[in-house]
Write a protein that binds this ligand. Structure first.
Ligand code: CA
Ligand code: CA
Length: 438
């Protein structure tokens, strides 16, 4: 009798320690009421809706997350519901078919016309702000494939409204005001100072969001970035405003662009190095660029707690649009016609590294819970190793990424389970025997 009771208590204790894992998603607004997300929404146990900052973290009533854009707990603009015509949805569906090779001639004509329409471009940008975060969030907590002992509800996300800018505070973008007096050298110095303030702004807001998330989440996810081309555009625009020209100072602009993006990566590295206990997962970007040489912030940051994700296609080849980098892209994940949630309980297939990366965050969450359940100490570098060293190895990806392949969830779970009885190297080798490379 006592033996049975003892066994029962043991069982209850074991169930009690089963661990949930949380990802903070830094994005646009997220429709957390979507039926696929509702069970996964993080809840702040130390906060109630009473206009008081109960947990004294500086954020009043942050019961489910925070909007740094509204500086409030308003995580989604429900007034945006119903604002987008069916053409926008059709556009994404047909674009997915284009990349899958199943597009018809009639659809191709429609697609090629509408994608060049200026009014439609504006609408698409608005739709992206409306739907991007929700699409990403559903992929990060997707539980179609789970390891034994991990349940769907164990995967949690914190919506962080991060993209955009505000009028005041850490999220207010510094404004460039051209120097009206002085010589060229002084004007160039003025530009350099502005770019420094821009870098400080970008890192500052990242630091604020990390500080908010760090004691709540094991993973911080960012499906966004600033590539070399965007950096160049920022520099060109400032030169235009300062010198009222667009085709001079070519060499100087390049020097300043290079220094700008290098400094972003350097200071970003210093920032993330301070947060070794968090795993950061970044999308590599969609500009077909080599992020080893054309640096992409923040995904070109090289640290053991950072995973940069490129997009692959159904044949495990690089998706045509995806960035790549033998050093700076850690791994690939599927990024074509990825079906996931959009607001208003809808779904849509969308292409992008934005879609590939949250699958890696999701895998890291599952691994983190699995390791906890196995009573194995989970660290960002162990999670990274389990994600990147259990890939489906692909010859063509070996020069385009550090891991040289595409994530394989089941093999990663297999390796994690084996850590109970063997070291990481052996566990990974055994996982390839259990699930052979295709
Ligand atoms: Ca609070
Ligand atoms: Ca409160």
């Amino acid at each position: 009798m006592f033996k049975t009771l003892f066994a029962l208590i043991q069982l209850t204790l074991a169930q009690a320690v089963l661990a949930s894992s949380t990802v903070a998603i830094l994005d646009n607004q997220i429709d957390y009421t979507h039926f696929k997300l509702a069970d996964h929404l993080w809840a702040n146990k130390n906060e109630v809706l009473n206009e008081i900052d109960d947990d004294n973290n500086g954020f009043v009533d942050d019961i489910n997350g925070w909007s740094f854009i509204d500086n409030s707990n308003k995580l989604f603009n429900f007034s945006d519901y119903g604002k987008f015509p069916s053409e926008v949805y059709r556009y994404y569906e047909i674009r997915a078919k284009k990349y899958l090779g199943t597009i018809t001639d009639e659809e191709k004509d429609w697609y090629n016309t509408i994608r060049k329409d200026e009014e439609f471009k504006v609408l698409r940008k608005k739709f992206s702000k409306f739907a991007h975060g929700t699409h990403v969030a559903c992929l990060a907590v997707n539980s179609d494939i789970l390891p034994a002992s991990v349940e769907s509800k164990d995967l949690k996300f914190i919506p962080i409204r991060y993209l955009g800018e505000t009028k005041t505070g850490a999220f207010s973008k510094p404004e460039f005001k051209p120097l009206t007096k002085g010589d060229d050298a002084q004007k160039v110095e003025h530009i350099r100072k502005y770019i420094n303030s821009y870098t400080v702004w970008m890192l500052g807001k990242f630091e604020v969001a990390i500080s908010y998330s760090k004691d709540k989440a094991q993973v911080i996810h960012a499906s966004w970035g600033q590539g070399y081309g965007t950096t160049q555009k920022v520099v060109n625009r400032i030169f235009e405003e300062q010198f009222k020209e667009s085709d001079q100072h070519t060499d100087l602009k390049k020097v300043i662009t290079d220094a700008f993006i290098e400094d972003l990566i350097k200071r970003g590295t210093a920032l993330l190095r301070k947060h070794r206990d968090i795993l950061f997962v970044f999308s590599a970007g969609n500009k077909k660029e080599d992020t080893d040489t054309e640096l992409h912030y923040p995904s070109s940051i090289l640290l053991s707690n950072v995973i940069s994700v490129g997009a692959s296609d159904k044949n495990n080849e690089k998706a045509s649009f995806s960035n790549f980098g033998q050093n700076t892209v850690s791994v690939f994940a599927q990024g074509i016609a990825i079906e996931s949630c959009t607001p208003e309980n809808r779904k849509l297939p969308i292409n992008g590294t934005s879609q590939a990366a949250p699958q890696v965050s999701g895998l890291a969450l599952k691994l983190n819970s699995l390791l906890s359940n196995l009573e194995i100490n989970s660290t960002p570098s162990l999670l990274k190793a389990l994600v990147t060293e259990t890939v489906d190895k692909v010859e063509s990806l070996s020069k385009l990424s550090a891991a040289g392949g595409v994530i394989n969830q089941l093999r990663a779970f297999s390796a994690a389970k084996k850590l109970k009885t063997m070291n990481l190297k052996e566990a990974i080798a055994q996982s390839y025997i259990e699930i052979p490379n295709p």
